[in-house]
Structures are given as structure tokens and as C-alpha cells.
Design a protein around this ligand. Structure first.
Ligand SMILES: O=P(O)(O)OC[C@H]1O[C@H](OP(=O)(O)OP(=O)(O)O)[C@H](O)[C@@H]1O
Ligand SMILES: O=c1cc[nH]c(=O)[nH]1
Ligand SMILES: [Mg+2]
Length: 217
């Protein structure tokens, strides 16, 4: 698995990352969603540089321009709920992509911190020969992304699989490295320190789904 860290160079991305983390700013859920969306746009642009392109001729009013366009179709597939705002950002740039949605949540059986990831819903197109971009802002333990990858119909072989996350932990990256296919590329906006005892990212930002869409029961 190849890993791309997109915030190594200082850019406006750092402002958006700082705002989604800041306890005094993140409570504004519209700004939170918008910042995640803007991060999605930046990630989409960076990722687009690594896709394959084919030559095309474009007829302008004055002549023909020889240029290039993305060779294989893109499928954007997001993990509900928190993936939705990031998905919107990717969709702004990959505007003719097909789209898939998968649910995943941590099911706690007792009151302790042990949980199992339940993947109950999916609606996704064929991935055969396409660039699959799997979208989820938080890579904590990595269990949600791996459970979703196993549930998706990957017997239809995507050309490449890109996993796009905003904040990742070293533990989550290590888990992905052991459990995802060879043709996976991981895109990370920020690498954080660690997981805490409740498997939340430290310093992280808190609960991305709740910040974007409200607290769930
Ligand atoms: O790497 P993991 O340990 O699996 O944790 C990360 C998962 O947690 C969040 O979803 P959450 O379960 O909070 O669902 P939500 O989006 O509905 O809030 C996040 O969006 C990931 O899907
Ligand atoms: O820190 C974390 C871990 C999982 N899900 C979140 O939204 N945040
Ligand atoms: Mg959540």
C-alpha cells in the first residue's frame, strides 16, 4: 500500500484542518461540513495527478486542441455517515463519477470499549476496471474501512483502489497495511499521534459523524 501525505507542505489545507479540530469552531456544523468538503476538493485534486490520462482532441470555436482526459472511470464510494461531506468535495471535482454508499458503525455489545463493525447497507455500481475511491474522514482502528472493503463486491476488480481519509492514526495505517489488497493507495490529510482507550483519535477532532450531522442515540 502506497501512502500519500498531502499536508507535508504548508497550504490553505492547514486552515481547514485547524478549524475542524478547534473546539470553538467545530461546533458550527455548517462550517464543519464545509471544511470537510473543501478538504475533499483538495484531496481530489492531488489524487487526480496520479490517475492515468488518455489523449483527446477538443474542438474549440477556433481550432482543435490536443489535450488529455482521465482514462478510466472513477467510482466514489463513501462510508456513512461521516463520509458524506468529504464525498461532496470529491464529487465537485470528479463530477461525472459514479457513486456508491456503504454503512458502517461500531456496535458495542456491553458497556466496555469492545466493539464489532457492522456493515448493513450498500448501494454501489460495478468497479470492474475503474478507479475506486473509498472515502471516510476518520481512520482510527482501521476496522471500518477493512470491513467495508471486504463487503464490497471486489470480485469485480477495480483497476486501482484509493482510500481517502482526513485524519489517520499509526495504528489504523498499520491495520490497513496488513488487511487491504496490493493495489491500494492511501491518501491522508493529517497523521495524528495515537488512539485513546476508547479508540478515538488523539488529538483528532472528536466524533466526525456527530459534528457533521448531530449526536445519535
Ligand atoms: O477506524 P475505525 O476505528 O473503524 O473508526 C473510524 C470510523 O468511525 C467513524 O464512523 P462512526 O462509526 O462514528 O459512524 P458515523 O459516521 O455514523 O458517526 C468514521 O467515520 C469511521 O467510519
Ligand atoms: O476519533 C474518532 C474515531 C472514530 N470516529 C470518529 O469520528 N472519531
Ligand atoms: Mg461517528
Amino acid at each position: 500500500m502506497h501512502i500519500n501525505y498531502i499536508s507535508e507542505q504548508n497550504s490553505i489545507l492547514n486552515h481547514f484542518l485547524a478549524q475542524i479540530r478547534d473546539v470553538n469552531i467545530q461546533k458550527d456544523s455548517m462550517r464543519f461540513r464545509k471544511n470537510i468538503e473543501r478538504i475533499g476538493e483538495i484531496m481530489a485534486y492531488e489524487l487526480s495527478k496520479t490517475l492515468d490520462y488518455k489523449n483527446i482532441d477538443v474542438q474549440t470555436p477556433l481550432g482543435i486542441k490536443h489535450t488529455t482526459t482521465i482514462a478510466e472511470p472513477v467510482v466514489l464510494c463513501s462510508i456513512l455517515r461521516a463520509g458524506l461531506a468529504l464525498h461532496q468535495g470529491f464529487m465537485s471535482f470528479f463530477d461525472n463519477a459514479e457513486n456508491g454508499f456503504v454503512s458502517a458503525y461500531r456496535h458495542h455489545y456491553d458497556n466496555d470499549d469492545k466493539f464489532e463493525i457492522l456493515v448493513e447497507y450498500q448501494a454501489a455500481p460495478s468497479f470492474e476496471g475503474k478507479n475506486l475511491i473509498l472515502i471516510d474522514p476518520m481512520l482510527a482502528t482501521g476496522q471500518s474501512l477493512v470491513a467495508v472493503l471486504h463487503k464490497l463486491h471486489l470480485e469485480q476488480k477495480p483497476k486501482e483502489i484509493h482510500i481517502a481519509v482526513v485524519i489517520a492514526t499509526p495504528e489504523g495505517i498499520e491495520y490497513l497495511e496488513k488487511n487491504v489488497p496490493e493495489n491500494c493507495h492511501l491518501w491522508v490529510a493529517a497523521l495524528d499521534e495515537k488512539l485513546n482507550e476508547h479508540n478515538y483519535i488523539v488529538p483528532g477532532l472528536g466524533d466526525a459523524g456527530d459534528l457533521a450531522y448531530g449526536i445519535k442515540l
